[in-house]
Design a protein around this ligand. Structure first.
Ligand SMILES: [Fe+2]
Length: 299
C-alpha cells in the first residue's frame, strides 16, 4: 500500500495533461460482498492512467476496532495504486453498538487510523498544475453529529483555502448539502458535513472552492437524487456524490431506506485544465455507464 506522493502526482498529471482520481467510498471493510470488493481493487489496479485513489471514509465497517483496521489494510493492499485515505464516522466515531465513543475512545481510533495507513496527519493539501485539492477527515472528539471536523482542522483548512489561487476541490466523508435539505428531513443532519455553518461560510467566502466530493450517503447512481442539481448544489459549488462499495444503498429517492444488493460502482474524476469529467464504472457488467457521464466547465 502506497500513500500519494505530491511530487509524483504533480509531474504525472503535467505529463498526461489531466489527473485521474478514483473514488472509493464507504467500503466498510470487511463488511459485505468481500469478493466483489477485492475484484474492484484488482480491476482498478489494471487501469494505467489512475493517479491515485481517494478512499472517502467509512473504511472500517462498524466501529474502527483493531480487527477492522487490519481487514482494511489487507483489502487495500490489493490496490496497486497510490491512495489517500480519509476517515469517516465508522472509523472513529462509534463504539460497539453504535454508541458515540468518548473523546478518549475517539483519540485511540484516530491514532489507529494514522498508524494503520502510515499517515502523519489526517488531512492534507495536494497541489496539481490546475487545481488544489483538500482532503479533510472526521476527527472531532466530542461532536454529537456523525461527520464533524475538529476546530484545529477547520482552522488549517480555512488558512489554506484563503491562500488558494486555483480552482479548489474538497474531499470529505459527508457532503456539504444546503441547510434546507436537513430542515426538510431532520434525520439528514447526521448525513451532512459539520460544523455545517462554519463550512458553509468558508465555501461562500472562498469562491475558489468549486467542488465537494463525498461518500457517506450510500446513494446508488440509479437513485434520481444522485444527480439532482438542486439537492446537490451549494451556491456555486458542485457536490459530487459517490455510492458505497458495501452493497447497502438507497435506491428510492430522498429516503433513508437502505437496501442490500450485489451491485458495485466506482466513480472517477478526470481533472483537465478547463473542465472536470465524472464517469461511473459498473463493476458487475465491467463497463463505463455513459448515461451517467457528467462534465463541468471550469473557468
Ligand atoms: Fe458514513
Amino acid at each position: 500500500m502506497k500513500i500519494v506522493d505530491q511530487d509524483e502526482v504533480l509531474s504525472d498529471s503535467v505529463q498526461k495533461g489531466y489527473c485521474h482520481i478514483l473514488m472509493l467510498a464507504d467500503p466498510h471493510f470487511p463488511g459485505r460482498i468481500h469478493e466483489k470488493k477485492k475484484q474492484v481493487l484488482k480491476t482498478a489496479s489494471t487501469w494505467n492512467d489512475i493517479d491515485f485513489a481517494a478512499v472517502l471514509g467509512d473504511i472500517c465497517d462498524i466501529c474502527g476496532d483493531t480487527s477492522e483496521y487490519k481487514a482494511s489494510l489487507d483489502f487495500l493492499k490489493l490496490l496497486k495504486k497510490p491512495l489517500i485515505p480519509i476517515s469517516g464516522n465508522h472509523d472513529c466515531f462509534f463504539e460497539e453498538g453504535f454508541f458515540p465513543a468518548s473523546p478518549d475512545g475517539r483519540t485511540k481510533k484516530i491514532k489507529l487510523f494514522k498508524d494503520t495507513f502510515g499517515l502523519p496527519e489526517l488531512y492534507r493539501e495536494i497541489k496539481l498544475p490546475w487545481y488544489n485539492l483538500y482532503f479533510l477527515s472526521v476527527d472531532s472528539l466530542n461532536s454529537k453529529y456523525f461527520a464533524t471536523i475538529s476546530d484545529s482542522q477547520l482552522k488549517w483548512f480555512e488558512e489554506k483555502i484563503k491562500q488558494s489561487r486555483k480552482p479548489s476541490i474538497v474531499f470529505f466523508h459527508a457532503p456539504l448539502l444546503e441547510e434546507k435539505t436537513f430542515r426538510f428531513m431532520p434525520a439528514l443532519i447526521d448525513f451532512v458535513a459539520h460544523p455545517h455553518e462554519e463550512l458553509s461560510r468558508i465555501v461562500q467566502e472562498n469562491p475558489s472552492i468549486i467542488m465537494w466530493v463525498s461518500g457517506h450517503l450510500h446513494i446508488a447512481p440509479e437513485n434520481p437524487y444522485f444527480f439532482n442539481e438542486e439537492a446537490t448544489k451549494n451556491g456555486k459549488m458542485i457536490n459530487i456524490l459517490n455510492c458505497d462499495l458495501n452493497g447497502q444503498s438507497i435506491f428510492a429517492g430522498a429516503t433513508l431506506h437502505f437496501e442490500f444488493h450485489e451491485k458495485v460502482w466506482t466513480r472517477s474524476l478526470y481533472l483537465y485544465p478547463n473542465k472536470i469529467e465524472a464517469k461511473i464504472f459498473d463493476h458487475i457488467s465491467c463497463e463505463w455507464v455513459e448515461k451517467w457521464n457528467r462534465s463541468y466547465l471550469v473557468s
